[in-house]
Ligand binder design. Structure first.
Ligand code: ADP
Length: 397
């Protein structure tokens, strides 16, 4: 029993991967999207080929039926092979969940209780858990939380300086996100350097549509840029990242924006999109290269913020062995990597322009041989990490 189904359930989609953990190979993967919409779409890649089915997919339960159908026709047939477990990505685990957890009714209720802290994420994660439980009633379901890796942050890193009683009542503190990726990438970085994990300090820069930085000390998260929600920190595709909180008060008073309008502004109309009218870093870089001033500013602001966190986490860690870039932008944009770290030789950080410009498969080093800090590009693999943690939860349970 080594097969794990990894599920990332969003409000209108189910992204999944089937892994054989005997050798950590991917047996199949797919995406069910536009659930609840007029035209649903299920795409799947399996050992027998790919499938693409357009049909109304009314609910997540119907979505899992589409997954089972696709697996039956293109493999691996989940009706015929035994699943060890289903591993679910759950965004918000609050202060309670410190590691992967086998789901029972109490855990399900706790994930529901945490929904006010992640209203866009936990409810669809829960819908996915319930639909998967219906589809695979005898298979253990495991929750792997984005927040869990950061439970090691000390109080001075996770506490906001506001009235403590109010913060306590409403669960206001920094939780951090992307933990699955930060854990995986920091472990890969230590392995790349051939050093034991507990001796390596790494700054991980996860830059995708969502983006966060993490200071990892000997395998343990001690600080991260996302906060109570995934809005704080770096400039993202459509999210603002850090701002002066008084801006919200000002916009409410002066521009008449209500709570929903502010939520929409900061989460969906800010970041690269707000600055340059486009949330895709490839387009931003192409436009900046053509001399588009807004795109150039968006790039400048993004890299300035990245550099700001590199400096902050350098100081928090005291000694840095590696800086690891990961996710869509981090793995692919030599321009963002160079702009973020150029001119930091006094900190022992020296990028090799040629290495930076030559993509490779797997992790690679983009710093010079003389650079004290190894600058690495490390492809993330959140699905594999979720599958590993899912099996680990079964052995712990
Ligand atoms: P998500 O957070 O949705 O998982 P990804 O990690 O897939 O996001 O990252 C998406 C981002 O990566 C997009 O902004 C995309 O433009 C960017 N990206 C992908 N390939 C490249 C590339 N070759 N150069 C620059 N940016 C890229």
């Amino acid at each position: 029993m080594s097969i794990v189904l990894v599920v990332n359930s969003g409000s209108s989609s189910i992204k999944y991967q089937i892994l054989d953990m005997a050798d950590e190979s991917v047996l199949g993967r797919g995406l069910v999207e536009r659930i609840g919409g007029a035209a649903g779409l299920a795409t799947h890649i399996g050992p027998l080929g790919t499938s693409r089915r357009e049909a109304v997919i009314a609910s997540h339960t119907a979505g899992f039926e589409a997954v089972l159908d696709a697996c039956a026709s293109r493999g691996p047939d989940l009706g015929a092979i035994p699943l060890a477990a289903v591993g679910h990505r759950v965004v918000q685990g609050g202060a309670r969940f410190r590691g992967p957890t086998v789901i029972d009714t109490t855990v399900e209720a706790a994930i529901e209780d945490l929904s006010p802290l992640a209203p866009l994420h936990n409810p669809p994660n829960l819908v996915g858990i319930r639909a998967a439980t219906a589809a695979f009633p005898r298979v253990p379901q495991v929750a792997v939380f984005d927040t869990a890796f950061h439970h090691t942050m000390p109080p001075e890193a996770f506490t906001y300086a506001i009235e403590s009683a109010l913060a306590e009542t409403h669960g206001i503190r920094r939780y951090g996100f992307h933990g699955t990726s930060h854990k995986y990438v920091s472990e890969q970085a230590a392995a790349f350097l051939g050093q034991p994990l507990d001796r390596v300090n790494t700054i991980v820069l996860h830059i995708g549509n969502g983006a966060s930085a993490c200071a990892v000390q000997g395998g343990v998260s001690i600080d991260t840029s996302m906060g109570m929600t995934p809005l704080e920190g770096l400039v993202m595709g459509t999210r603002s990242g850090d701002l002066d909180p008084a801006i919200l008060i000002h916009l409410q008073r002066r521009a008449g924006l209500d709570v929903d309008a502010l939520d929409d502004l900061l989460n969906r109309r800010s970041g690269l999109l707000g600055l340059a009218g486009n949330s895709d870093m490839r387009d931003i870089e192409a436009a900046a290269a053509q001399g588009d001033g807004r795109a150039r500013l968006a790039l400048d602001v993004s890299c300035h913020r990245l550099r700001h966190y590199v400096g902050a986490y350098y100081a928090q860690l005291g000694h840095v062995d590696a800086i690891a870039f990961t996710a869509g932008v981090g793995e692919n944009s030599a321009g963002v990597r160079a702009k973020t770290l150029t001119g930091l030789e006094r900190l022992g950080i020296a990028i090799d322009a040629q290495r930076n410009g030559e993509p490779s498969s797997g992790a690679w080093r983009i710093s010079t041989d003389a650079s004290d800090v190894a600058v690495l590009v490390v492809p993330t693999n959140e699905e594999l990490e979720i599958a590993r943690q899912t099996l680990a939860a079964l052995t712990m349970a």
